[in-house]
Design a protein around this ligand. Structure first.
Ligand code: SF4
Ligand code: SF4
Length: 287
């Protein structure tokens, strides 16, 4: 079983659209959406929820007003100003340090595991398994939620003898990206030929080189700026990553997205679809 992780140094490069196209081309796969702060691959793949799991991580405090004597000790010790004058805990400000729980003389504070989000197992419109997640507003620990999504995808792939786990990774270079790369088989970097595209590709390549994983680059809208596309090619050579291909700008992509379809479904004969199929063939050889 191989796990391909699709990442981009920044948002808006077409990473999720590209992953959805790969999902349409690969067979016998599990799709994992690890962009847990803004998961939307499930919408393109039209995944219907089959199972739902709670994601709990860390702790948060709650004050029992029936027991509280309003002594004020908890407000003194809370370094995050998370407790109001009428002794309510603001869950967005509570950092789960536990000081109020341990120091409340009346035992009025409970300190339970915090519900930070949910993750789901679904079936896509092509009857493939998909795992995706939803972080609650203001919740943290998204790196741990990425790990939970990947673990569930791995269990499903093992159970069903799937060949491929196709993971839509998070944007950026933070802990969620690190959590999505650990133990993967191959990285696909999706970038675009712009100043910020090249800059962020360099950063994410540097991060990825720590994992010593093979990888390849896809240039989205590659024909829009040949000079920057050339710079990306040079970067691939210098850093030892293959250039998997370049997808030309295709205005029909936006129309396809509005109908929750991939460009392969919406306009299978356009140049972009043809380039995506060539990239898929090249990727298969690399695995
Ligand atoms: S320390 Fe305990 S008893 Fe005192 S105000 Fe806070 S919750 Fe109430
Ligand atoms: S757990 Fe810590 S951060 Fe949260 S309310 Fe209590 S003292 Fe403040």
């Amino acid at each position: 079983m191989k796990e391909i992780v699709v990442i981009s140094g920044k948002g808006g490069t077409g990473k999720t659209s590209f992953t959805a196209c790969m999902a349409a081309l690969f067979n016998n796969q599990v799709v994992a959406d690890c962009d847990v702060d803004a998961a939307n691959l499930n919408l393109v793949l039209n995944a219907a929820v089959v199972e739902e799991y709670e994601f709990v991580s860390g702790h948060s405090a709650t004050i029992n007003k029936d027991i509280c004597t309003s002594c004020g000790r908890c407000r003194e010790v809370c370094r995050y100003q998370a407790i109001s004058e009428d002794y309510q805990v603001d869950r967005f400000s509570c950092e789960g340090c536990g000081a109020c729980f341990y120091l409340c003389p009346a035992g009025a504070v409970s300190f339970d595991e915090a519900l930070c989000g949910h993750y789901f197992v679904g079936k896509t419109k092509t009857e493939e398994w998909a795992v995706f997640a939803e972080l609650l507003p203001g919740a943290e620990n998204s790196g741990k939620l990425v790990t939970a999504v990947r673990k569930k995808a791995g269990e499903i792939a093992k159970e069903n003898k799937n060949d491929i786990i196709l993971t839509d990774g998070p944007p950026g270079i933070g802990c969620t990206v690190i959590a999505s790369l650990t133990g993967a088989s191959f990285i696909v970097f999706v970038t675009e030929p712009t100043v910020s595209g090249v800059h962020d590709l360099k950063r994410v390549m540097e991060l990825s080189m720590h994992f010593k994983l093979p990888g390849g680059v896809v240039i989205n809208k590659g024909d829009l700026n040949p000079a920057y596309s050339k710079e990306i090619e040079t970067l691939c050579l210098e850093r030892g990553f293959d250039l998997l291909g370049s997808i030309p700008y295709e205005p029909l992509v936006s129309q396809a997205q509005r109908q929750a379809k991939t460009i392969l479904e919406y306009a299978p004969d356009c140049q972009a679809s043809s380039a995506i199929r060539q990239i898929y063939n090249k990727l298969c050889v690399q695995l």
